[in-house]
Design a protein around this ligand. Sequence first.
Ligand SMILES: [Zn+2]
Length: 301
Amino acid sequence: MSRINDDCFVVKGKLALPYQYFAGRTGSRFLIALRDENKILGVKCKKCEKVFVPPRSTCETCLSDISDSWQEVKPTGVVTGFTVVRYEEPHQPVKPPFIQALIKLDGADTPFVHIVKGVSASQMKNGLKVKAVFKKKKDSTSTIADIDHFRADQKAAQRQIGYTYEELEIGMSASFTKTISETDVYLFAGISGDFNPLHMDEEYAKKGPFGTRVAHGSLAQNLIAPVLGMKLPGLGTMALEVTTRFRAPTYFGDTITATGEIVEKLPDKKWVKLALTWTNQKGEVIGTGSALVMPPVAPPE
Ligand SMILES: [Zn+2]
């Protein structure tokens, strides 16, 4: 090693850099209303029918000047996305771990970021209702932190229900995957009473259309039940109609994925329609269909 390297010392340090900036005309009015009146203001683009929170002077869609169409939104909203922060940084508002979430306030069309308390990381979920808890006036910092945090509706967090009609959106999807074993086929034969030798007797099935035993079609079809009943919409859902068109057989050992996607909302009945697809491990579509379901209804608060 050379002398030059031996003489090099790296001194690590950090500089504090105090700074200030003008929050802007729009930002200032937002922060003042928050601080002095505990009101959360947004601006509405009347052309696009969209309310922006935090407010902005220009509509992001049509670029109209919307800086004067103020509108108060509610201090309540729903979580549309979240993360659990576990590392520590000096500028964080609270000590980790904490939940940082995207919150869409009631009356707003855009989500904004804040901290959620009153719910454990394991119970945190999208769709959870939250309510702003404002800082005491004497602790005001004239920043977004004048909302100290959003408090989760604990009852709703513990409530075991799936997505309600209002929370469901077209395009949402969920899947369930299972490998179909010989045991599954035998158990299903016992449950359904369908001991057709096409499913049970290899020598018989060899002479059949598939050249080997295949699983009951309805066994693969039923893999949609955990999707509808436990994921999307989830617990509390009632299935009204499930249709399936079988397109290919399920062989023993095949891994089948059943997927449901919300394709239509029926506002008069508050039912939803899902498009269903069943695929095997090769990506082949073995079935397609549709489901009509009644999503769970949230109990009154
Ligand atoms: Zn617009």
